[in-house]
Structures are given as C-alpha cells and as structure tokens.
Design a protein around this ligand. Structure first.
Ligand SMILES: [Zn+2]
Length: 673
C-alpha cells in the first residue's frame, strides 16, 4: 500500500516537471466554468494564491490611483470586481481541504492562511481606499439602488470595524492579532479532526455516527466509555489539546474588541448582525433554555421508567439513574414504546438517491426550477460526487449543483453547503451563475451501493439544499451581498425553512419509496414520523441552546485568565447558571466547538435557533395560505432567495410577512409550548 503512494507521488513530481501549466492561471474552458479539478496539483495552490494577492493589490492600487473623484462606480463597483483569481483558488482549496484533506493540503492551508490573513488585513487597513469609500459614503446616495447602498454601507462599516480610524500602533497590533488568530483557529480545527480520527480508531465509528452508536449500543460501560471519549476531544493533555489554544484565541478576540472600543467580543461581533447586541441574544436564549430544560425533565421521567424495568429485570444494579451516556439509548426505547417508530423500518423508504429526487422535486414544485445530471464534467472526487445543472422555468441557467453525501476519513464531520463560485455580474455585464456544493456524512452505501438514510439524514439533506437554493437562486449584482452573504444570524433561516418540506405527504408520496419494492411509505408510518419529530425535543433543544449560551458567555467575558483549568471551571459555572441538568451536556464543549473557533460562528451559534424562529413563522404563513402555494413561493423566492444580503433582513421579513417573526410557531413546532 505504501509503495503505491510513493509511485503516485513520483509520477506527480514528474508531471510537475513536464511543462505543467498552473490551471488557476489559465482561462477555464470547462463546461460552465467548473474548476478543472483533474488538472490541479498540490504545487499549484500557493503560487496561484500569491499571484492572486498580487493581482488584487494591483487592482486596488489602480482604484486609488484614479484621478477622478470617487464615485460608486469607480470605487465601490470597481472594488467588487477585484480579487477574481484569489476567489478562483480559494473556492477550490477551501472545498477540497474540508472534503479530501491530506497532509499536503493541510500544509498548503497552513502556508496560505497567514498569507490570506495578511492580505485581508492590508486591504482592511488601506487608508487611501478607505478615504475614497468614505467620500462616496458621505456624498448624496439618492441616485444609488438599494443594493448599491447596502454594498456601500457594508464596505464602509467593514473598514471602520477593521480599525481604519485607529492610530498606527493599534493598526499594526490588529494585523498581528488577525494573523495569530488565523493560525491558532486553524490549529484548533486540525486538532479536532485528529481527535475525532482517534475516536474513530478506538471505537471503529466516526464521530458523525456517534449518536447512532449511542442509540444502539447495549453495553452500558461501553456507552460510558464512548461518551467520555467523545466529550473530551481536544481535552486529553496530548498534542491535540485545545484548552490553551481556545483561551489564546478568546484572548486575542477580546483584545481586538477592546482596541475597537468594545468591552467584550460579543458586542463587537454582533454590531452588524440582525440581533445587534448580547443582551438581545441572552434574553432570546434564556426564554428557550427554560422551556427546553423543563421539557427535558419530563423526558427523563419517561426514560427512567424504562430503566427501572431493566433494574427490575436484573440488568442494572438497584438505584441506577439516567446518565448522559444513557440518554440516546433510553430515548430510543421510549420512542419505540410511545411512538413505535423504528428507524430500521423507515430507512428503506429513504434511499439516498430517492431523497435527492425528493429534494429536487420540492424545489421544482415551489420555484419551477429543473435539474439535469451532468455525467462528464470535472469533479473533485469521482467516487463520491454527482453534479447537476439547474435551469429556470424559461430554460435559463440557474447554476451548477454538486452533492457529496457520504463519509470518508479525509472528510470533516457534519454537513455543509459551500460556494465554489459565487453569483455576480462581471465587468462585461455577464451574469456569472454560481457553483454550489452540498456535503454530508450520511449513511455509507452498502456493498451494493445502497445508502438508506435516517430521518435525521433526510432533514439534513433538505437543510443543506436550503442553503444551496439561497446560493443558487440569487439575482444580485455585487458578489459581497449575493446569495448566502447575509447577516450570519439570518443565514440559517432558508436552510431550516427548506426542512419543512421533507415530510409533507404530497412530497413523500413522490420520493419516499421502498428501495426494493417501490412501495410508497405507508401513511401510518408518515404519521409516526411526524409525531416522533416532536419527541426528545427537550433534549435536542437543550443541548443546542446550551452550546449557544456557552458560546455567548465565552465572548461576553471582559478578561480571559491564562490558566487552562479555567476552561472546565468556566464551562461548569455557565452550565449551572443556565440551569442545565447533569444528564445533558452542551452539544459542543469548548475544546471541540469547531463552529466558534474555526468556522466563523463565534458569538453566533445562537443563529440556528434565531433563524428557526423566523423560519417557523414563515412556514406558518405558508400553512395558513397553502403549503404548496406557488404564488407565495414566488414572492418568497423574489423577496429572500433572490435578494441575498442586498437588503436589511428585518426589513425584508416584515415587508413579506406584514409583521415581525413570532416565536410561538417555533416553540409549538418543537413541542415546547
Ligand atoms: Zn445550515
């Protein structure tokens, strides 16, 4: 096995010698401009990034050197057109480093990260560019479109929040902080991956299969061992320990916030979000954690009753109580007893290919768009990836969409949507359509290539496609506000909104067919799925909300001690204060909270719940007016999916809905009211 790798490496080195042209530095004549993945070599990335940085810097220099007074066109619009090469490289690199990571790509990311962060700091602290932007911002804006005004405000705010008004010493410190933070957050992410791989090596299951393993493992001691290993990732006093690193990142964030005139990082981060400040978020989460913990306590009573049966049967010692490692296992027993929903019975109706057909059909019925598989286009992983062309009702191209649904060792856990290319209008006025990827870690196909999805997998697949629709249907002019480039606490609205269609009976009868017999899922099974969707929501909401609160509390600190034991102490204190019960831990503990350390969700994990309140309110509006109401879907598409971040979110929402979002449909939907 090792030999093959050496031969492959030698062959790659050879081809690099033989007049290999860096594909990033050429025009792509591939279908739809899909990156020529098959021609890209590891050695191409860093030179292309360096060249991309040089090009963007030159483009910015040209904007500044323009002798004409600053206008929207010659400054803001011109800036939106810069950095095309860099976007080309990072669109590919950030995708493959998450899906097909390897030591080579890790090394490239490690080398690229400080380059990119230095470059973005340089742009953000470019005074001459800022002065032109400020001149446009302070001039009469009445001739600008709403999108132009938003792009201008965003660019102006970014400058101010980047510290442009600071003295030179503070600016230099900001640059250092950004570079240090980028390197450290990247290290945290790699450590989490290494720890997750260690978990897999020990138990033979990936971390994404952890909930399933905890549900099905009868051996209580083994469950306890798995729980402890899972929940102590990044906390093992080895080379992957994240405690010190996490505190260092938090300290850097706090230092930056203070330089910017804020007393904590949360308020600095939240200033341009829909929620705006930490008090608003704290109050929002407080209402949810109370309702969800109360519900979780009821759920424990149900589980303990079943556990008591096991005690009576002599399977467990007298006095055994539900522990965190029992939750999944006994929840499943309660579910079978109360809801009689067995995933082994539902899974055959959710074959992965059929589910994808269902996802496409829902979008077709609502928005009139069509899908066609593209067999012979470049792909970053031929074994796992399928690519589709999406067209509008009038036949025009919407974009390119790729699915990469199944786990492999090189892929990070979880599911996500990624933009390989963002929608924009280019310098010649061409509408450049996006290339979007959905990545998952769903049930691996068996030896016959059949993958049967869990209900949770199905929801996740619809969720990620909601993000994809947001990225695909966008009709903006400027890339900085197109597609999913919206306030972070607004971005999950459309993914979660799309989940609402997964189990609609009209759609299930189309896609939820038994993979062997073709029989449509029986109505009584559907009813059980819908009833079961409210089950265990006390637990689910509690762990999600607890992680959201933990994230907020870390970023509300005004001082970060330099003692790695503080991580445990602080977590314990926060959990006690929110009223968390011993049987539940936050969905992510600090040392493996990838979202807040390496995925840009710092002081933002609450966004999932925030967005769900909006999504449930929007769906409630559909239910009042007909779930498949195409007129309403059209206005939803035009108002939200096409507009991206070009209009302030609350303005868009109240304009469409006629009122601000109400949290009752959310609490009702989760059975918490
Ligand atoms: Zn999402």
């Amino acid at each position: 096995m090792k030999k093959t790798i050496v031969i492959v490496a030698a062959a790659m080195a050879l081809s690099a010698c033989a007049s290999h042209q860096n594909p990033f530095l050429t025009e792509w004549d591939t279908p739809y401009g899909i990156p020529p993945f098959d021609k890209i070599e590891y050695a191409d990335y860093i030179p292309a990034i360096k060249e991309g940085i040089k090009q963007q810097q030159a483009e910015v220099d040209a904007i500044i050197a323009n002798p004409e007074p600053a206008t929207f066109e010659n400054t803001i619009a011109a800036y939106e057109l810069t950095g095309e090469l860099l976007a080309k490289v990072t669109g590919v690199l950030y995708n493959v480093s998450e899906t097909d990571n390897c030591p080579e790509l890790e090394a490239i990311i490690e080398e690229a990260t400080p380059l990119m962060s230095e470059h973005s700091s340089n742009l953000g602290l470019n005074k001459a560019l800022y002065e032109r932007v400020a001149a446009v911002y302070n001039a009469d804006q009445s001739a600008l479109t709403e999108e132009q005004k938003t792009v201008l405000k965003k660019m102006y705010d970014d400058f101010v929040q980047g510290g442009i008004a600071l003295d030179e010493a503070s600016q230099a410190r900001i640059r250092e902080i950004d570079a240090e933070m980028a390197a450290k957050t990247n290290k945290i992410g790699n450590n989490i991956l290494a720890e997750s791989n260690a978990f897999k090596a020990k138990f033979g299951i990936s971390v994404s299969a952890y909930p399933t393993a905890m549900t099905t493992t009868e051996d209580r001691a083994l469950r306890e061992e798995m729980f402890k290993a899972y929940s102590s990732r990044g906390h093992n006093a080895n080379e992957n320990d994240n405690r010190k690193l996490a505190l260092e990142v938090l300290r850097l964030r706090l230092e930056k916030a203070k330089i910017m005139g804020f007393s904590n990082s949360a308020d600095f981060i939240l200033q341009n979000k829909m929620a705006h400040d930490h008090e608003t978020v704290d109050a929002f989460l407080d209402g949810i954690i109370k309702a969800s913990v109360a519900k979780a306590k009821e759920e424990i009573v149900d589980m303990q009753a079943i556990m008591d049966e096991d005690i009576k049967a002599g399977l467990l010692p007298e006095g055994t109580k539900i522990q965190p490692w029992d939750w999944w296992y006994y929840a499943e027993k309660v579910r079978k007893a109360k809801y009689d929903l067995d995933e082994d019975i539902t899974k055959p109706y959710f074959e992965a290919g059929n589910v994808r057909k269902g996802i496409f059909e829902a979008a077709h019925r609502l928005y009139g768009i069509s899908f066609e598989e593209l067999a012979d286009v470049p792909s970053y992983n031929k074994d796992f990836v399928q690519t589709f062309k999406i067209t509008d009702a009038d036949g025009s191209l919407i974009g390119i969409f790729t699915t990469d649904y199944f786990p492999r060792d090189s892929k990070r856990g979880g599911a996500w949507m990624n933009n390989i290319r963002e929608q924009k209008v280019d310098a010649e006025g061409n509408d450049i359509r996006p290339i979007i990827v959905n990545v998952g870690n769903f049930t691996s196909p068996d030896e016959n290539g059949v993958s049967l999805l869990t209900v949770d997998n199905v929801e996740t697949a619809f969720h990620e496609f909601g993000h994809a629709l947001h990225g695909l249907l966008t009709k903006c002019h400027y890339p900085s506000v197109s597609g999913t480039n919206v306030a972070r606490d607004f971005v999950e609205t459309f993914s979660q909104f799309n989940e609402n269609w997964a189990f609609q009976p009209e759609l299930l009868s189309f896609y939820a067919k038994h993979y062997q017999t073709g029989e449509v899922i029986p109505q009584e099974l559907v009813e059980k799925i819908i009833a079961a969707s409210k089950f265990n929501q006390g637990f689910m909401t509690t762990e999600l909300c607890a992680a959201s609160i933990l994230d907020m509390k870390w970023h509300e600190l005004t001082e970060i001690p330099d003692d790695e034991n503080f991580v445990d102490e602080f977590e314990a204190k926060v959990c006690a204060e929110m009223g968390l019960i011993d049987e539940i831990i936050p969905r992510y503990r600090t040392t493996y909270f990838n979202h807040i350390f390496s995925s840009g969700y710092a002081a933002g994990y609450y966004g999932y719940l925030w967005a769900e309140v909006i999504d449930k309110d929007a769906f409630d509006y559909f239910e009042q007016n007909g779930t498949w109401n195409v007129e309403l879907a059209k206005s939803f598409r035009e108002t939200f999916l096409e507009k991206g971040g070009s209009v302030e979110p609350m303005k868009l929402y109240t304009g469409w809905r006629g009122q601000e979002p109400d949290s009752k449909p959310f609490l009702k939907g989760r059975g918490l009211l």
